[in-house]
Design a binder for this molecule. Structure first.
Ligand SMILES: Cc1ncc(COP(=O)(O)O)c(C=O)c1O
Length: 470
């Protein structure tokens, strides 16, 4: 019998966790079971997911920011089907693919900067690897400066720019000559740049782990300092780009911060096909591809794949057709201001910050004696535990999918699809407020549940493995 996808799915429905435990990542499958996130999803549309039992969920994670346009977008899906049915040849390699040229043209137009060349990748990490190599070759310098708490991916070079030791530990020597600076601190950046030999400063304008938002002044001053010291200013917009913050690029909130390179990925795919791009100034590209015999000195097999290029073109057009930038800004402001109002009533919430639909909810030690004692006890069990006291009831009781922003983090990150509606905002805020009520009731069932998880399974303070999110 020939391959039949639907039959395969039907015959194996519900085997997800057994298969993963046996063949893929038993630790992750165990974590998902432990925190009750071990659902089998069957259908997705826009901001919503359905499990095999037909329960509907609100997706505030969007696959860590790949579904900006909403899941199962009909236009992007149709574009991909059209491409597949067209028998267009792809990956000929010894040709110049039309669709790649068109996508490059469109990305340049939307960025609006003087970035004349585009290099296509398949992932965000590959974009960062490209930026590291190109910056070193173009400037003839070696050091790459990055910000504390940064996340640029998990391949060797990108990992060398990672602000968290848990990702780096135990993997041996990484790419050398990298240097961390404090975020939003131009003096610290200048100190690093003044040491000389800095090829580039790579920064996320909104950090995916800390949810810190670079100020306009900081970004503009960083660009000025990079120029002064002959380093490139590189914006990693893998997560903050493609409309996420209400602009095509988050950097566009700081109009005078003109980058030398911009790295994109995630939602350029429309969620469907891996695709990334590095936009750069012409002269950088010319230094790398400097002669005929260096014409393919940097490349990867799937870099300009037809499906990826179609996904990119259709997803960019959809940003306009669905007015997603404006919706990201207005829904971000609505959700952010409603969460700020909730914050004033609950002392565990320390900060709500957002740019468009990239939102951080930060928790911290409360003032009142009983709650402070609960905070200390739970954190003594595991630094990862407190936020699960928010994400677990949000999921179990309100069917809202969220996660912490990183290991040992006290921040929950909301990065929903940009088509989030007012009723989704109501769904989230009503559920969140009830969860806050439960968390501020000590002793109470939320705390008992957390202590049980902490005692039985989650790693103790000082140990490493956790249910982190990217
Ligand atoms: C800012 C940023 N850069 C790079 C990456 C790595 O992207 P990928 O997972 O596609 O390699 C991520 C992933 O979350 C990211 O958020």
């Amino acid at each position: 019998m020939s391959f039949n996808l639907q039959n395969l799915l039907d015959e194996n429905a519900g085997r997800n966790y057994a298969l993963h435990s046996e063949h893929i990542n038993p630790q992750f499958a165990k974590v998902l079971r432990l925190i009750g996130f071990d659902k089998c999803y069957d259908r997705a549309q826009g901001t919503h997911l359905w499990d095999l039992e037909g329960n509907k969920y609100l997706d505030m994670l969007a696959g860590y920011g790949v579904w900006n346009h909403g899941r199962s977008h009909p236009v992007i899906r149709k574009a991909l089907i059209d491409f597949l049915c067209s028998d267009q040849p792809g990956l000929i390699q010894m040709e110049a693919p039309l669709l790649a040229g068109l996508l490059a043209e469109e990305l340049k137009r939307r960025s609006g900067y003087d970035l004349g060349r585009v290099y296509f990748t398949s992932t965000g990490a590959e974009g960062n690897e490209t930026a590291i190599k190109f910056a070193r070759r173009a400037t003839g310098k070696s050091q790459i400066v990055y910000a504390e708490n940064a996340f640029h991916g998990l391949t060797n070079g990108a990992l060398a720019l990672n602000g968290s030791s848990i990702f780096r530990d135990g993997f041996g020597a990484l790419v050398p000559d990298t240097l961390s600076v404090r975020f939003n601190d131009p003096d610290d950046l200048e100190k690093a740049l003044a040491q000389g030999d800095v090829a580039a400063f790579i920064i996320e304008p909104v950090q995916g782990k800390s949810l810190q938002i670079a100020t306009k002044e900081y970004l503009e001053e960083s660009v000025r300092l990079c120029r002064k010291y002959g380093a490139l200013f590189v914006a990693d917009e893998v997560q903050s780009g493609i409309g996420r913050t209400g602009r095509f690029l988050s950097l566009q909130h700081a109009p005078k911060a003109e980058p030398d390179m911009v790295i994109l990925s995630k939602s350029l795919s429309g969620g469907y096909v891996p695709v990334g791009a590095v936009l750069m100034r012409d002269w950088i590209h010319e230094k790398v591809f400097s002669s005929l015999d260096r014409a393919v000195v940097h490349s990867s097999t799937f870099g300009q794949g037809g499906l990826a290029m179609v996904a990119g073109l259709a997803s960019l057009q959809t940003l306009d057709d669905d007015a997603l930038l404006a919706n990201a800004e207005s829904m971000g402001d609505l959700l952010g201001s409603r969460l700020s109002a909730i914050k004033s009533r609950y002392e565990f919430i320390k900060d709500i910050r957002w740019q468009g639909l990239m939102i951080g909810i930060e928790f911290g030690e409360p003032e009142s004696f009983k709650l402070a004692a609960a905070w200390k006890t739970i954190n003594a069990l595991s630094a990862d535990l407190f936020c699960q006291g928010v994400t677990i009831p949000l999921f179990e009781d309100h069917r809202i999918l969220t996660q912490v922003s990183g290991n040992s983090s006290k921040i929950i990150k909301l990065i929903p699809p940009l088509c989030l509606s007012e009723s989704d905002v109501d769904w989230f805020c009503d559920g969140f407020e009830q969860v806050m009520e439960g968390l501020h009731t000590f002793p109470g069932p939320v705390w008992e549940g957390l202590a049980r998880i902490g005692r039985n399974a989650l790693p103790r303070r000082g140990s490493k493995a956790t249910a982190n999110s990217l």
